[in-house]
Design a binder for this molecule. Structure first.
Ligand code: ATP
Length: 469
């Protein structure tokens, strides 16, 4: 599909999300709070499906990856050791005229198409000066020099702010895996190479406009720290590169809108010897943006935590009879960006006719059944007790036999009900009509091509399981 015929726009995705209860603006009745979003009834289901599938894929199905569920608050020294206190900064410029604030790197990337990750604020200020960049808000050439701004949220432990101790809300889930690495090892279940996986909230004081749920103050990450022998980093890196590609296919994201971008030397983070970004081509002006990251973090984190905590974090390799600090390869997945990409990739519009034969646009989400909020809907053709009885019985049976969410809807005309299911990505509808009373069959209607077929009611659960697993 070319860009011209891909009908998704960020505006349409945001509107559909609000209309159908996928994502709401945070604190909506108070006018919202910038860059915060809440998942509604259907969004909560999509999110759970994605997290469960990820956990099944990368923890349950891999014998050498174990899970962790750590706290958001950690000892402040953790963030000194990790480099976040020193390095987790965004270069910001302010406008002297209208007081708006911008990321200097984003301004340069957007206006000049130049990658500046890794450059100092002074270097960025020079680029802004030279190109005569103006404030995107008011248009005046009154931008300040770029300054570093730490992106970690702070809070205090203790009843009185002034005397309490300052702590940070974690800006990534990764550090807990390093901090608990020794305890995980001591449980005796793991040997190199092994991974520790975690899904959880992370917080960043982002000032850039968010592009819907792409960039939020509070978001979720799914991360794995994969510990390997000191010379094992590059092999593990390639394996994880493939595994990440496989994951995107598993959730149904089309290859053509995904690319893998290698970080240049001067763009690499302070801890990394090699990093790639998985980028997705969003519609419209957003274009290619980071979806996931994969980094070879070397032994940086364990070395730092060993030094800052004073604990020996070396690994004893029995086969080689020696101690060393493992190296770490880190695949990192944003939950929210996964949801966004799944929605954008699945969104489609088709020109068709409505029940009265008038031209109409069918909006549908071609979501993979694995992540669709409802796996199926049971619909009595009309709201009549005799039909409802059969439909309810089928619905109850599906609920009992299938560990997934099923929809039941009996109000409004059947065409409208199908359209509603199309818009929320329900892959199959089972319709009970008067014939069903005689032949004990239902019509299955397929979301993607509106094909209809007849199957025996008794076969429905097995038929569905086959298609959603
Ligand atoms: P960006 O350059 O877009 O700010 P990043 O390089 O800082 O992202 P990482 O630190 O690599 O991101 O974070 C790992 C993953 O967490 C990202 O690939 C992304 O999926 C997700 N992520 C990071 N920041 C946010 C955010 N503010 N809102 C939602 N997801 C985020």
């Amino acid at each position: 599909m070319t860009e011209q015929v891909r009908p998704a726009t960020m505006e349409k995705i945001a509107a559909l999300s609000k209309r159908r209860g996928i994502v709401f603006p945070g604190s909506d009745i108070y006018g919202g709070l910038a860059n915060t979003w809440d998942y509604g009834p259907l969004g909560a289901e999509i999110k759970r499906n994605i997290k469960n599938l990820w956990w099944e894929t990368f923890v349950h199905r891999r014998r050498n990856v174990v899970g962790l569920d750590a706290g958001i608050l950690m000892h402040p020294r953790v963030w000194e050791a990790s480099g976040h206190v020193q390095n987790f900064n965004d270069p910001l410029v302010d406008c002297r005229t209208c007081k708006a604030r911008f990321r200097a790197d984003h301004l340069i990337e957007e206006r000049l198409g130049q990658q500046v990750e890794g450059k100092s604020p002074a270097e960025m200020s020079a680029i802004i000066q030279q190109a005569g960049l103006k404030c995107p808000n008011c248009g005046n050439a009154t931008l300040t020099e770029a300054r570093q701004f730490n992106m970690m949220f702070r809070t205090t432990i203790g009843p009185v702010a002034e005397t309490g101790s300052e702590v940070f809300l974690r800006p990534e889930t990764a550090q807990a895996m390093f901090v608990q690495y020794k305890n995980v090892l001591a449980t005796g279940r793991v040997k190199l190479p092994f991974g520790i996986a975690q899904i959880g909230k992370a917080f960043r004081n982002e000032i850039t406009p968010g592009n819907f749920i792409f960039r939020q103050l509070e978001f979720e990450q799914m991360e794995i720290e994969y510990f390997v022998k000191p010379d094992g980093g590059s092999v593990a890196f390639d394996e994880w590169l493939d595994a990440m590609r496989g994951w995107l296919r598993l959730i149904g994201v089309r290859d053509e809108f995904v690319r893998v971008r290698e970080h240049e030397r001067d763009e690499l983070s302070h801890y990394s010897s090699r990093t790639v970004d998985f980028e997705y081509r969003f519609p419209g002006p957003m274009g290619w943006r980071e979806l996931y990251g994969l980094a070879n973090r070397t032994d940086f984190d364990l070395r730092q935590h060993q030094e800052f905590s004073g604990e020996d974090l070396t690994y004893f390799d029995q086969a080689e009879n020696r101690r060393y600090l493992p190296h770490v390869v880190e695949p990192t997945f944003g939950v929210d960006r996964t949801i966004l990409v799944a929605l954008v990739d699945a969104y489609d519009e088709e020109e068709t006719t409505d029940v009265n034969g008038k031209p109409d646009t069918r909006i549908l989400l071609r979501l993979s059944p694995r992540i669709a909020p409802y796996k199926a809907a049971v619909l009595p053709l009309m709201k009549k007790p005799e039909l409802a009885g059969v439909a309810r019985a089928l619905f109850d049976r599906l609920q009992e036999e299938i560990n997934a969410l099923i929809e039941y809807d009996e109000t409004g005309n059947i065409g409208k009900r199908y359209r509603r299911q199309d818009e929320i990505g329900t892959p199959f509808c089972f319709t009970v009509d008067y014939e069903s009373l005689d032949d004990q069959s239902v019509t299955v209607r397929h979301r993607d091509d509106m094909r209809q077929e007849r199957i025996a009611i008794a076969d429905v659960p097995a038929w569905l399981v086959e298609r959603i697993k």
